[in-house]
Write a protein that binds this ligand. Structure first.
Ligand SMILES: [Zn+2]
Length: 376
C-alpha cells in the first residue's frame, strides 16, 4: 500500500518533472521566438540604395577606405501612428483634401503679444488664435518688417478658424453670391485656416493688404521665416483659389525656401516630394544661408495602425504627414538632434521638438537671427 503510494508519488513527481521540462522547453522556445522577433524589429532598416551609391563613391577615395565616412547617414525604423499623416506642417489642405484635425495647440495672439510686450501689430479680434509653433516665426517676420520700415499698421485679419466659423463664413459668401457656390471662401473642413497654420494680413490704413509698397518686403521675404504666399495668380488653376497676397501659410523654413526658389505652390511641392521616396533619390538642397537639407517621402501603411518610417540616426529630423498618402521626412544635415536617443521618439515627440526649436529661435535668439535677416 505504502509502496504503491510511494511509486505513485514517484510517478506523479516524474510526470510533474516531465511536465515542468516540457513547460520550460515551451517557455524557452517562446522566449527565443520573442527575442528573435524583437531583434528583427530592432534591426535598423535597409539603407536606401541611394545611400549605397554614395558609399561606392566614397570607397573610390583612397583616404576614405580606412575611416568610417562621417557623412554616411544611418537610418533606423521609427513606428508612427498611421493617422498622423493628417497632421504636421506640410499637410495639404485644399478643395480635394479635407482637414481632419481637432487637437490643435493654439495660443491667443492678443495674450501672447501682451505677455511679450509686442505692440507693433495686433489681431483684429482679441479671440484670434494661431498654432503655438507658428506664433514665433510670424512675430519674428513682423518684427523685422517693423524694424525696417517703422510701419506698425499691420493687423491679423484672419487666423485659426473652427469648422463652425468656416461654415458661417461660407454660408455668408454663398448668400452674397446669390446662392452660387463660393469661389472665395473654402468649404468647411477644407480651409487652411482650420489647421491653425495660416493667417491673413490686413492693414489699418485702407484695410486692404495687397503685398505692395512697404509690404512687398513681407511677401518677398516670408520664406525666410517658413511662410509661403499660398494663393498666387500664376497658380490659380492648380490651387483653385484667386490671388490672395494676404494669405500666408506656415510650412517651415526648408520647404518655404525650396518652393520660393523653384516657384512651386504647395500642391506641386507635395507631388514633387512624392517622387522622392525613401528608397529612391532623396530631394537634397541648401538654402540661401547655406543650411543643407534632405527630404524624402514614406507612404503610409493604411491597412495598419502603425507605419514604419526610416529616419536618420543622430541627425536632427522632422516628420510631417502630407494629408494625402504618407509622411515627409525633413533631415537637417549637420545638425544634431535636439533630443538624443532618437530611436524611441514618437511622432508627438518630433512635433514637440519642432515647437521647442521654433520657440528657441523665435524668442531666445531673436537678436542674432534678426541681424541675419535684415541683411536681405
Ligand atoms: Zn486666408
Amino acid at each position: 500500500m505504502s509502496k504503491k503510494k510511494i511509486s505513485k508519488e514517484k510517478s506523479i513527481r516524474r510526470a510533474k518533472t516531465t511536465t515542468e521540462i516540457a513547460i520550460s522547453l515551451v517557455l524557452l522556445g517562446t522566449c527565443a521566438f520573442f527575442i528573435r522577433n524583437s531583434l528583427n524589429h530592432a534591426k535598423t532598416v535597409e539603407p536606401s540604395p541611394y545611400v549605397e551609391q554614395n558609399n561606392n563613391i566614397d570607397i573610390e577615395d583612397p583616404s576614405a577606405t580606412t575611416l568610417p565616412d562621417p557623412n554616411q547617414t544611418i537610418y533606423e525604423s521609427l513606428s508612427v501612428n498611421t493617422k498622423d499623416k493628417f497632421r504636421g506642417d506640410l499637410i495639404l489642405v485644399n478643395k480635394e483634401h479635407q482637414y481632419f484635425g481637432g487637437d490643435e495647440d493654439l495660443v491667443s495672439i492678443t495674450d501672447m503679444n501682451y505677455e511679450n510686450e509686442i505692440n507693433f501689430f495686433s489681431a483684429v479680434d482679441s479671440t484670434y488664435t494661431i498654432l503655438k509653433e507658428v506664433y514665433s516665426p510670424m512675430v519674428k517676420m513682423i518684427q523685422d518688417f517693423y524694424d525696417k520700415y517703422q510701419n506698425d499698421t499691420l493687423i491679423i485679419y484672419g487666423s485659426y478658424r473652427t469648422t463652425d466659423f468656416q461654415q458661417e463664413l461660407y454660408d455668408n459668401d454663398v448668400a452674397n453670391n446669390g446662392g452660387e457656390e463660393s469661389t472665395r471662401v473654402a468649404k468647411p473642413g477644407f480651409s487652411e485656416h482650420e489647421t491653425g497654420l495660416a493667417f491673413d494680413f490686413s492693414e489699418t490704413e485702407n484695410n486692404d493688404y495687397q503685398g505692395t509698397g512697404d509690404f512687398e518686403w513681407i511677401n518677398a521675404n516670408c520664406y525666410k521665416y517658413g511662410f509661403i504666399v499660398r494663393y498666387t495668380s500664376s497658380k490659380e488653376k492648380i490651387t483653385g483659389f484667386q490671388n490672395e497676397p494676404w494669405h500666408f501659410r506656415y510650412v517651415g523654413i526648408p520647404h518655404a525656401y525650396y518652393m520660393d526658389a523653384n516657384d512651386l505652390c504647395l500642391e506641386e511641392y507635395i507631388k514633387l516630394i512624392g517622387e522622392h521616396p525613401y528608397d529612391k533619390e532623396h530631394l537634397e538642397f541648401s538654402d540661401d544661408k547655406g543650411n543643407e537639407y534632405e527630404v524624402y517621402f514614406v507612404k503610409s501603411d493604411d491597412g495598419n495602425d502603425k507605419t514604419t518610417v526610416p529616419v536618420p540616426a543622430g541627425v536632427r529630423y522632422e516628420i510631417s504627414g502630407n494629408n494625402v498618402d504618407g509622411f515627409i521626412v525633413t533631415v537637417y544635415k549637420g545638425q544634431k538632434p535636439i533630443v538624443e536617443e532618437a530611436p524611441t521618439k514618437t511622432f508627438e515627440d518630433a512635433s514637440e521638438e519642432n515647437t521647442e526649436n521654433s520657440t528657441d529661435e523665435g524668442e531666445d535668439d531673436n537678436s542674432e537671427d534678426t541681424d541675419d535677416y535684415s541683411e536681405y
